[in-house]
Design a binder for this molecule. Sequence first.
Ligand SMILES: *[C@@H]1O[C@H](CO)[C@@H](O)[C@H](O)[C@H]1NC(C)=O
Ligand SMILES: *[C@@H]1O[C@H](CO)[C@@H](O)[C@H](O)[C@H]1NC(C)=O
Ligand SMILES: [Zn+2]
Length: 492
Amino acid sequence: MDFSYASSFSLIFLAFCFSSLSTTATARGGERSSDFSGYLDHNLAYSTRKLSEDKQSATGVDVARGYMTNVELEKAVEQFGRRCSHISRFYSIGKSVEGVPLWVMEISDKPGQQEAEPAFKFIGNVHGDEPVGRELLLLLANWLCDNYMKNPLATLIIKNVHLHILPTMNPDGFSLRRRGNANDVDLNRDFPDQFFPLNDDLDSRQPETKAIMSWLKERRFTGSASLHGGALVANYPWDGSQDKRKQYYACPDDKAFRYMASVYSRSHFNMSLSKEFDGGITNGAFWYPIYGGMQDWNYIHAGCFELTLEISDVKWPNADELPVLWEFNRMSMLNLVASFVKTGIHGKTFSSDNGQPLPASITIKGINYTVKADGSFGDYHRMLAPGESYEVMVTMPGYQSKSTHILLEDEAMSVDFVLDPEDDLQMHLQPRSSCNDNHKLELLKIFGKIHLEIPLVAAFILAFLCFLLKRKPIVNLLKNRQLAGQKRPAAV
Ligand SMILES: *[C@@H]1O[C@H](CO)[C@@H](O)[C@H](O)[C@H]1NC(C)=O
Ligand SMILES: *[C@@H]1O[C@H](CO)[C@@H](O)[C@H](O)[C@H]1NC(C)=O
Ligand SMILES: [Zn+2]
């Protein structure tokens, strides 16, 4: 048939459709140039206040001086919750062996609500004797609160991400000043492992580990970072290798992880200048293999891309170094979270039948990993290294699969999919009375008769898509190049 005829039809509809959309579209990456604007404002009110308080009430144990105790940490979380209730809420995901609640601060413009946005988590103090992270995470929360609607990066994160912060996963280990928890178990060896079933006995798993595992069952996270100390490097999966040898052991998303780790190290004061680690990043198994770690488990079982960040050469530095460590790591933490909005592909998957969101599976050709769209909103978020082209494939039982080629540049791309039910091909012959789109059926039948299927069906589907898009508040960045890729499969 006449494909140029079809495509000119398509163009007219696209032009019509997106000229009206462009007014409501918001750029995902538009605030890039201002990323570093907050870098020099030395807003250290929180740490300095804490330091002077603690100096007066020093406990005699020098090493702990200036660090919040578990009770003080709990108070700081509560205080933050009161002061910043407009952008946060806090909740506990369980208790440590000694019964200390594991508090999480959720930061978002709509805390506690479900939105079609990526979620990111920070987990501090996995090892009890690596306490820098728990301090920096409180500083991060307060900085975001203070800079919301003032600093573009803070605003971008609060508006477009649900950020969950668990300052300490191991409060008992912290008060004992040792690596393991109260049962002296290393929590970063306590997760189920892909290669060795050494941790498969659920009953012997630690309460802190169980709390994390059930947290991730209830909630979808797109990205994550756990904070450690004792080195200066951003570590990415896999952490273990099949044959237990120390070697580079790449996971399917090696490129995306290298990108994420580099975002952290390059935004850091001097992590990327490391002499030990090229670019300040490392594959876990290449550094030293571990088994039962949290990072690999996140990626395999929770659809969550997690890094393990070693943020200070000294595990437990003097507290008066905390303000500097915060300055060194602040842009890294912010840019890593923001990369889950500014990079990768994002979109929604709907049914063409009734416009309902679908929990479809998104895969990338050549990458053996599946990301699931959300059941209630149909949104998906897929971290991918920029500067590459990808073939995105979408599948959903009962629907025809779709795929599209994209060229992902530095900015995030929005790619929505409208999937046709598997029996759609028979619609000409057997109109279903349950279908909402009676008009569509009628039109299809008429067009079928006058033998203009290809251009007109294409035009119709575009018009229908246009209708769908207009009905839903779409705030994604919609670039013309993306649209071409996005529409093509929908019109086939
Ligand atoms: C980074 O800077 C700190 C503080 O000046 C220094 O102690 C550390 O050795 C530096 N690390 C690298 C990798 O340059
Ligand atoms: C893909 O990954 C799964 C584990 O997630 C594995 O069982 C399967 O063999 C892999 N497939 C290929 C083609 O590598
Ligand atoms: Zn550690």
